[in-house]
Design a protein around this ligand. Structure first.
Ligand SMILES: Nc1ncnc2c1ncn2[C@@H]1O[C@H](COP(=O)(O)OP(=O)(O)OP(=O)(O)O)[C@@H](O)[C@H]1O
Ligand SMILES: [Mg+2]
Length: 609
């Protein structure tokens, strides 16, 4: 068992399986018991068979225990008896088939339902909890770790079946000779003494394999994502060496874990042979057991030993794979613990008639030393363009996330036309917003599907109109297959500016009431940027626009400017008024941007060599 208070025990894992697939688990267990019983029945049939063949077993007299009672019930003609035997074996084969299907169903259902539960928990969790998770680590849990859970399920179920059958054989051994069964049980106890230590070792192996497997997977994923950087920096072969090294370390750990598991099995098999030798010696030399009974006893033991080895093997593999189930369970607990109210998919958008306001908003990221926003009050007038400016890390994107209700501030809140927008109005509010995040994401799909992603019901005409407004008409004309052109993983077949245009078209397609642009035009050339600025300005007053930008030329054209600095609001109002204020933050940002080109070159780097 794992150390107390840490990890999952096999028992808790079994409960987890039952919860994931209750019906299939019950069916599987019931079928297992029946299969094990038929195994017992076919064993008992051996006794009258041998008796009919003229071999005395010493246990076939009526009323002598369970064997005798069962024998009394059975037909006494060889033909009939053989027929019963064939029927029993055939029905067992059919049952075994049904049982295998049931356990495969459990195995598949458990993995499927856990995967679905994880996914729903991920989608339904608050953004603060999801944001810090690493994508590659998540992908690893969703694929490799869930595969290991599936393997554990299989091993646990087959281990349980083997255990049931082993118990039936043990029962048969007791029926044949209780004394001998006791001797055999003593042997089994001695053989199973190291089982606990072996299980602890298997768990440790599982922990190591979990860590190394994750490193291998996450490392490979990140290395593929950064291939271009590695090649351009001339470190590709070093990265490849690192990859190989991780692979070797993982392979070695895997071999060691497997070797230990096989060693345990070998020890058990050898020990069982010794125990069997002792039992036979006692049976022949001391008890003088009847030959037929000895025959059955040998038969029982010969079938019992591999079952015990199989139970032990399943037990160890289960222990080794438990850390994967723990990783899945821990992630589930975290995500389900951070669930937000379920989304209602069809909410009518909220109208913005007067203003969108953040009042006295303070937000601190979990684990951060200082708040990213401190008591910020911002009013975004309806139907106008508001620009948010401020240096890197000032809290601009955080402000957008609070506005989108992705982050829940510790204090303060969001008001639309003076109505507080909380959990209840969340979906309606999100349906009102078109958002272009600072780091946009495009899919390896057609231009059409990328733009339509937020509004799947949109027609081609809608898509074309959105692309036109986003200044992407010329781009579309250049693409070989127009709307059907595939744009590569994350849009890699497009330029940075082209990607931004598609992202903008995607946001515009929703016909939002509020358009939030976080550095949405940062990769565009000044001319295209100006054109898009004009398009966006022309959307007003039907649309309220909030544009976060480092380009003060954009801010200058806005109706309203908000200046953030170190998480605090330092000014808001019309550009002209703010920039003329003496010592104002906006004036210094503006001066820095204007003067950026004629900065004096520092002496140390100006010296020619
Ligand atoms: N998920 C996070 N966890 C912890 N701290 C964060 C997180 N995201 C942002 N921060 C911190 O919060 C502060 C504000 O970040 P924010 O992204 O809002 O800045 P910004 O004004 O948008 O900057 P930029 O102009 O560089 O995009 C920064 O100090 C940043 O390091
Ligand atoms: Mg930002």
């Amino acid at each position: 068992m794992p150390e107390p208070g840490r990890g999952l025990s096999i028992r808790r894992f079994a409960a987890m399986l039952f919860r994931a697939a209750p019906r299939a688990t019950v069916v599987s267990v019931v079928l297992m018991v029946i299969v094990a019983l038929t195994e017992g029945i076919s064993l008992l049939l051996l006794v009258p068979l041998l008796a009919l063949a003229g071999v005395t077993t010493g246990v076939s007299a009526p009323q002598s225990g369970i064997v005798g009672r069962v024998t009394a019930l059975l037909p006494h003609s060889l033909g009939l008896l053989l027929l019963v035997y064939v029927v029993v074996v055939a029905s067992r084969a059919a049952l075994e088939f049904a049982e295998t299907v049931a356990s495969v169903t459990v195995q598949t259902e458990v993995t499927r339902s856990l995967r679905e539960r994880l996914y729903r928990a991920l989608i339904g969790a608050r953004w603060e909890t999801v944001a810090p998770l690493r994508g590659a680590r998540l992908a690893h849990v969703f694929t490799t770790e869930l595969e290991r859970v599936s393997l554990t399920t299989h091993e646990m179920l087959s281990g349980a079946l083997q255990l049931l059958i082993a118990l039936i054989y043990a029962g048969a051994a007791v029926a044949i000779s209780p004394g001998l069964a006791l001797v055999a049980a003593g042997g089994a106890v001695i053989l199973l003494l190291p089982a606990r230590r072996q299980q602890r070792q298997a768990r440790r192996d599982g922990d190591v394999l979990t860590v190394l497997g994750a490193e291998l997977f996450v490392g490979a994923t990140e290395e593929v994502a950064t291939l271009k950087m590695a090649k351009s920096a001339g470190i590709a072969s070093r990265v490849a060496d690192r990859f190989s090294k991780r692979g070797r370390v993982h392979a070695r750990a895997l071999i060691m874990a497997h070797a230990r598991y096989r060693a345990a099995a070998a020890f058990l098999t050898a020990g069982a042979a010794a125990a069997l030798a002792v039992v036979v010696w006692v049976a022949v030399e001391r008890i003088h057991l009847a030959p037929a009974s000895l025959l059955i006893l040998l038969f029982v033991c010969a079938r019992l030993v591999p079952r015990i080895t199989a139970v032990q093997g399943s037990f160890l593999i289960t222990a080794r794979a438990l850390p994967a189930a723990e990783a899945v369970q821990a992630l589930l607990d975290d995500l389900e613990g951070a669930a937000e109210r379920a989304e209602r998919p069809t909410s009518a958008p909220l109208e913005v008639r007067k203003s969108v306001e953040l009042r006295e908003v303070t937000y601190q990221y979990p684990g951060a030393v200082a708040p990213a926003l401190r008591g910020v009050s911002v009013s975004i007038p309806a139907g106008r363009v508001t620009a948010v400016v401020g240096s890197s890390g000032a809290g601009k994107s955080t402000l957008a996330d609070v506005l989108l209700l992705l982050l829940t501030p510790a204090q303060g809140g969001l008001f639309v036309d003076d109505t507080p927008v909380g959990d209840e109005l969340r979906d309606a509010w999100r349906a009102s917003i078109g958002y272009v995040p600072q780091e946009t994401h495009l899919f390896h799909d057609s231009v059409r599907e990328n733009v339509r992603w937020v509004a799947p019901e949109a027609t081609d005409d809608d898509v074309l109109e959105a692309l036109r407004m986003a200044g992407a008409s010329a781009l579309l004309a250049r693409l070989p297959r127009g709307l059907d052109t595939l744009i590569g993983d994350r849009g890699t077949l497009l330029s940075g500016g082209e990607r931004q245009r598609l992202a903008l078209a995607r946001a515009l397609l929703r016909r939002p009431r509020l358009l939030v642009l976080d550095e949405a035009t940062s990769a565009l050339d000044p001319e295209s940027e100006r054109a898009i600025r004009h398009t966006i300005a022309s959307l007003t007053p039907a649309v309220t626009v909030l544009t976060i930008t480092h380009r003060l030329t954009t801010a200058r054209q806005a109706d309203h400017v908000v200046v953030l600095d170190h998480g605090s609001l330092v000014a808001s109002g019309a550009w002209e008024a703010l920039v003329q204020l003496e010592d104002s933050r906006l004036a210094s940002l503006w001066a820095a941007q204007l003067g950026a080109d004629d900065d004096p070159v520092p002496q140390s780097t100006a010296r020619s060599s």
